[in-house]
Ligand binder design. Structure first.
Ligand code: ADP
Length: 160
């Protein structure tokens, strides 16, 4: 039974994240999407909203669950009984930070392996932050988000 944790902010979940989880769900027995509750990082959606949106978008995948995480990802991963941390790589620009993170996590817990996956080409340049920025200026981001996520993003922007 091979379990993997896929950590991130998911603020909010995009088709890039969804694509990665669908690929991972075919490779692992179980995937846990770990939504970081980092008080130092200002997010548009609360931890509860991010968990609810990701759960709705990923509901079609039987071996995928979504959970909030407060502490260290390596500790969460170990407690789950998972052996891998999954991260997505888009362009070369992601590499430097991901390399640092993977090296730090290996230092903290050598038995946990960080694995990288790439999304389908059409999602290789999208990020939650870019999608939010474009939406803020009324750009059409419907091709990058689940309809429920799009609706809640539009509601947030209307309240702002
Ligand atoms: P973080 O704040 O930890 O970077 P994100 O929610 O932005 O959290 O991303 C979580 C993970 O998903 C990261 O490994 C990130 O590189 C990856 N990711 C984000 N968007 C995409 C995408 N479009 N395609 C592939 N991976 C992605």
């Amino acid at each position: 039974m091979i379990k993997a944790a896929y950590p991130g902010s998911f603020d909010p979940i995009t088709h890039g994240h969804r694509d990665l989880v669908e690929r991972a769900a075919r490779q692992f027995d179980e995937v846990v999407v770990a939504i970081a509750n980092n008080i130092n990082k200002k997010t548009m959606f609360s931890i509860e909203e991010r968990v609810d949106l990701a759960s709705a978008v990923l509901a079609h995948l039987d071996n995928v669950t979504v959970a909030p995480v407060t502490g260290l990802i390596v500790d969460f991963t170990e407690q789950l009984g998972a052996t891998a941390i999954l991260r997505g790589l888009r362009a070369v620009s992601d590499f430097e930070f991901e390399f640092q993170l993977a090296s730090m996590n290996r230092n903290l817990k050598p038995e946990i392996e960080t694995l990288f996956m790439t999304p389908a080409e059409q999602y290789s340049y999208i990020s939650s932050s870019l999608v939010k920025e474009v939406a803020r200026f009324n750009g059409d981001v419907s091709m990058f988000l689940h309809p429920l996520v799009l609706e809640q993003l539009q509601q947030k922007l209307a309240q702002a």
